[in-house]
Structures are given as structure tokens and as C-alpha cells.
Design a protein around this ligand. Sequence first.
Ligand SMILES: Nc1ncnc2c1ncn2[C@@H]1O[C@H](COP(=O)(O)OP(=O)(O)OP(=O)(O)O)[C@@H](O)[C@H]1O
Ligand SMILES: [Mg+2]
Length: 327
Amino acid sequence: MTSVLTSGTVSTDTGNASPAAISAVGLAKSYGDKVVLDGIDLRIPEGTVFALLGPNGAGKTTTVQILSTLIPADAGAAQVAGYDLATAPDGVRGAVGVTGQFAAVDNLLTAEENLLLMADLQHLPRREGRRRAAQLLDRFDLTEVARKPAVTFSGGMRRKLDLAMTLVGEPRVIFLDEPTTGLDPRSRRTMWELIRDLVERDRVTVFLTTQYLDEADQLADRIALLDHGKLIAEGTAEELKRLIPGGHLRLRFADASQLDAAAALFTASAREDEALALRIPGEASIAALRTVLDTLDGAAVRAESLTVHTPDLDDVFLTLTGRQERA
Ligand SMILES: Nc1ncnc2c1ncn2[C@@H]1O[C@H](COP(=O)(O)OP(=O)(O)OP(=O)(O)O)[C@@H](O)[C@H]1O
Ligand SMILES: [Mg+2]
């Protein structure tokens, strides 16, 4: 795999080994004179998870709406699950499932009734609908609350039910618009497991949007950063992290004299006087680590602790968007 940098856009050649579940060229959308999407290209191989990452208002939901035929694009072309968005929108609709940013769950219905309603909308035979509903309730650990109205559900349960409803029609491509926003850490983990399971067990393709860098890091095979209507970077989490410096070793010392001695040894380092710590920029490799420790040993300087900081996706995002104020 190679990363190429062209006019501010990072793309990575995935080859053409696996067929694309979603491909798009030049997708554009404006509302009045506000440009929301300014020419987006995508290629998402079948059976993979793709994360579209961006801040509020970046155009994530708009992209999902276009690719799932809910709204038309102003320009560009896309194929989803083998169907062309413009010429075969019904084909697309039959092959995709969308879990929207705001839950589609009907509060007055029970979990089971919500699922059966979806089965009816998909024209599944009654018995098949019941079978699917029971299966999904079990898979999503909702059997116990199957007969309770959704209005009594927590946010996490509602999200799970929403995803279960999306799966009733056995879609090949699933769009998840911010699947874990507002969930507590434990519910987020549960959702992540369910999403991973979908890809591993059912071989579906997942297109998810998120504002959480750790979510993209956890789930996605490939990640694209959307900012001001353009994809400003694309690649695996590792590739994106490699794009930016920011790795460093952080040493802590018992007293100021040891800190002074160490600071004199590493001229490019940054002091944190209050914490009695020193940050030494550089890659987080064994070799770099050994050099630092050898240098300290050679000068008989003793560090109390050492931590290795590898840049995370937050660093990537902040660097590439230049939005330091977000931090
Ligand atoms: N129907 C509409 N009419 C006018 N403007 C719209 C419409 N839908 C979206 N927009 C604008 O398009 C931009 C992108 O909106 P979108 O919902 O795609 O962002 P998003 O990335 O999903 O944000 P969030 O993280 O808040 O969900 C926003 O500035 C929004 O105000
Ligand atoms: Mg949105």
C-alpha cells in the first residue's frame, strides 16, 4: 500500500482486488449559495467498514442521504451495491439499510412491533417477519424488553433497536450516521461489537459517519476526513497517523536537577517544569527509545518514568484541518 499526496488530498491506492460496494465521483451538493459537498470521490470495497469523519456541519449526513437516495446530488455519479444512483435508485434502496442520526424508532410501539413494522414495509411474509424479528431481538439482547414500548428505552437500547430495524431487510450495505453519539462508554462498546459482528458474520459493507476519532480508529478499515465539503485525507488509521509528526517520549524526573541535566542532553526537547517532565520529539521506535535511555545512562541521569506518545487521530484531524481551537 502506498500513500500519495496530491494537492492537499491524501489517497491510498487499494488496488482493484475486491469489488467496490460504494463508488462515487465528484459528488456535489449546495443549499442556496452554501456549498456543502464540493466534489467527493469514494471507493469502498465490499465487506469493509468505511468511516467518514468530520465536525458538525461538515456534510456527513448529506453524504449519507445522497448515497442512500434520500436526496439527489447536484453533480457527480455514484454506484451503490452495483446499482447506479441516478438510473437505478430502486435497486440501491433495495440493497441498503440506513440508520439515521436521529432514531427512526416509533416510541409508542414495542421493540417487537417496531421490527414487525419494518418487516411489513419490506413485504416479508408474516412468518418470515416474525422469525427475523425474534432473531434480531435475541442477537441484540432485546428479547427481555421485546414487549415493552420503546418510549421506556434508554438511548443505548433505542440505538440497538434502530440498528436491528435496519437489518430486517438484510441489506448488503449499511449506512450508520453517528451510531454512538450520546451513548455512554459501555453502550458504545456494545454498538461497536454489533457493528464488527455485522461485517464479520454477514459480510455487509458499513459506511459510518462519526465525530469520534477513536470510533473510526476502532471500527474502520479506511477513514476519510471531511472538512469544508472536501475529503482532505483518506487512508487506514495507521496511514493517517503517519502523516503527522507529534510522536514523543515523555520522561519524568524526581527533582529539578535531574530535569536540568536531561534537558541539557536533549536539545530539541521541551520542558514541563511543573511536572518535572521532558518531552523528546521523535518516532516511537525501540531504536529511538534505546538511544534516549543510553544517553541518560551515559550521563548518569535517572528518569522516574517514561511514557511513549504515538500521535492519534485527534492529532491528525487537528493538524490537517488546522482547527487547533477545537482542542
Ligand atoms: N435541507 C437543508 N437546507 C439547508 N441547509 C442544509 C440542509 N441540510 C443540511 N444543510 C446544511 O448543510 C451543512 C451540512 O449538514 P450535514 O447535516 O450534512 O452535516 P453533518 O456533517 O452531518 O453535521 P452533524 O455532525 O452536526 O450531524 C450544514 O451547514 C447544514 O446546515
Ligand atoms: Mg449529521
